[in-house]
Design a protein around this ligand. Structure first.
Ligand code: NA7
Length: 552
């Protein structure tokens, strides 16, 4: 334990200013801002190192699908200039190296306590203090609690009969062993064809004796066209990064996509085809932003979806396998679009088998097999690329309560309700970074994290200046924000797929569309206006801001 940590522990009888839960992109930047503001803070982290999602997700092929130049912090010009990304889309090891570099540069490790899982958080309304308890039954107390627990961090292993009898190793992509896994000579079974499966499948197929892919829902995947970054491009970015970052902050999803400006349905079919082809060749999720109506109009969306379907038919040689791989019953983009390197091509390999679980659902797992009604598929190793209890899972894994009797699990029993995705009525002095009702997973999440952290940091320093001890979202403001989030989403095609954005992948999870899709620029302005109006929609020491009437 570092001497700083000892000092913090010794001080822990006296409460800290802030406890941050999680040492990923969000928690680290929060800790940096707290130090800058002269507030005492500790970061409690379940993992043994920094990185959060990028620590746990070290499966083969793990890579970001936002361009590296943009998927990085913008708060330090010096950091921007000294770090050079190697590839267009960074690999997990490169992102983790970057995060470690940031920690070293800003000396952030001394405030982090690793291998420390928070199990509960309770707010004492009389003392205005949070007490967080860890799995090892330690208690930490602070005036403010910031949950930087991540949106896709609570891994979900489906409940499949017989899984406990499996004799081989079982891995979830989100809890991958840090020292890697050997596939040579192994018959590998992999369940799940979302972003993680799509990235891992080609890598595993190249090494394993045989790979059987169990697919429930076919995905839409576009090529990454990953490549080393040209030095001229990096130099140009570094020279203009301030302008580029500013443009990203007011864009739709926080990424400098080539956003189309006209509707697909008002574009001649041959022009549309050429545009889709151009974007397919360029690679990345830029494909999904070709026209203004792709996310709103089913007929327009069908133009893009059928383009991808035709590509699958062109690349995958066996027509029956191609048919099984082809998504037909939901719009492209309604589930998160996947970005791949050789995904479709992998199904042309002789050591890869695709099992369509819609035609033959998994009945059980045997000692060395995955069994469907059509028979037993041999397996020495089982990989769950089965996703997450996204957005709310990591928050609800912690028993968050107040002495006054509020419980987050109860408050969110019918679905999450939060004000701006930043705060929850009934839970004073608690902040959620990229919480439900904020752009979070729909956006460049590092950009959204910085926006939230900056907002919270300014809020805490402002409250300190005014001598305010307690801030809490009002029910009224929260209800209006939740309604606004649903309203904005209802004009889109997001409701047309069983996605994790809606909680549809977790049995029993209430179906509520969780991210805010009104755009990061619009959202950022709203947050700024709320702060400028004296924290409209919040109560400060129990008194509602006078201007809190018109929030959304
Ligand atoms: P995703 O996108 O939730 O994908 C999980 C996949 O696992 C998806 O294909 C699921 O099918 C499948 N799945 C889940 N449960 C089962 C069961 N019980 N049986 C069969 N198949 C199942 O998670 P990822 O880790 O790939 O990606 C998460 C995010 O990380 C990603 O969007 C990026 O932001 C990075 P389903 O579609 O539910 O039918």
């Amino acid at each position: 334990m570092s001497s700083d940590m000892n000092a913090l522990q010794a001080k822990s009888a006296a409460p800290l200013d802030v406890i941050v839960v999680g040492a990923g992109f969000a928690g680290l930047y929060m800790s940096y801002r707290m130090r800058q503001a002269g507030l005492s803070a500790i970061v409690l982290e379940a993992g043994s190192d920094v990185g959060g999602t990028w620590y746990w997700n070290c499966y083969p092929g793990a890579r970001c699908d936002v361009p590296s130049l943009e998927y990085s912090y913008s708060f330090s010009e010096e950091l921007e200039q000294e770090w050079t990304w190697r590839e267009r889309f960074a690999t997990q090891p490169e992102i983790l190296a970057y995060i470690r570099h940031v920690c070293d540069k800003f000396d952030l490790r001394r405030n982090i306590r690793f291998d420390t899982r928070v199990v509960s958080a309770n707010f004492d309304d009389t003392e205005a203090l949070w007490t967080l308890r860890t799995q090892a039954d330690e208690a930490w107390r602070a005036r403010f609690c910031v949950m930087a627990t991540g949106c896709i961090s609570e891994a979900r292993i489906p409940d499949i009969a017989g899984v406990e009898s499996f004799k081989g190793a079982i891995y979830h992509t989100g809890h991958w062993p840090q020292d890697g896994v050997e596939f040579a000579g192994k018959r590998v079974a992999l369940i799940g064809t979302g972003s993680s499966g799509v990235q891992a499948i080609p890598c595993i197929a190249r090494e394993a004796a045989h790979l059987t892919v169990f697919q429930r829902t076919p995905c839409y995947s576009v090529p990454a066209r990953n490549a080393p970054l040209a030095p001229e491009l990096v130099a140009e970015w570094k020279e203009n990064c301030a302008t580029k970052r500013a443009a990203a902050r007011v864009s739709r999803v926080g990424v400098l996509h080539d956003y189309g400006t006209v509707p697909a349905l008002e574009t001649p079919a041959d022009v549309r085809q050429k545009e889709f082809e151009r974007r397919w060749i360029k690679g990345g999720t830029n494909f999904a932003y070709a026209y203004t109506d792709l996310g709103r109009n089913e007929q327009a969306n069908e133009c893009a979806a059928s383009f991808v379907r035709a590509k699958i038919a062109e690349i995958v040689r066996d027509p029956e396998t191609a048919r099984k791989l082809t998504p037909v019953d939901y719009p492209i983009g309604a589930k998160r679009i996947c970005v791949d390197t050789d995904y479709w091509e992998t199904f042309n390999r002789s050591n890869v088998t695709l099992v369509d679980l819609r035609a033959e659902p998994i009945q059980s797992i045997g000692e060395r097999s995955v069994n469907t009604q059509n028979g037993a598929y041999p397996a020495d190793m089982l990989i769950m690329a089965t996703g997450y209890d996204a957005i709310t899972g990591a928050l609800l894994a912690i028993d968050i309560t107040t002495r006054a009797g509020a419980s987050l699990r109860q408050a969110w029993a019918a679905g999450p309700r939060a004000y701006l995705g930043l705060a929850v009525a009934g839970f004073p002095n608690l902040f959620t970074i990229t919480g439900p009702g904020s752009p979070s997973v729909i956006s460049n999440v590092v950009l959204s994290i910085e926006q939230h952290v900056d907002w919270i940091a300014e809020c805490l320093t402002g409250l300190g200046r005014q001598g305010v001890r307690q801030i809490e979202a009002t029910d009224d403001a929260q209800e209006r924000w939740v309604a606004h989030v649903q309203d904005v989403a209802s004009g889109t095609l997001f409701s047309k797929a069983n996605s994790w954005y809606l909680g549809a992948n977790v049995p029993g999870k209430p179906r509520v569309f969780m991210p805010y899709v009104g755009g990061v620029g619009v959202y950022g302005n709203t947050c700024r206006e709320v702060a400028e109006a004296g924290y409209r929609g919040f109560m400060l020491d129990g008194v509602e801001s006078a201007k809190s009437r018109d929030v959304a």
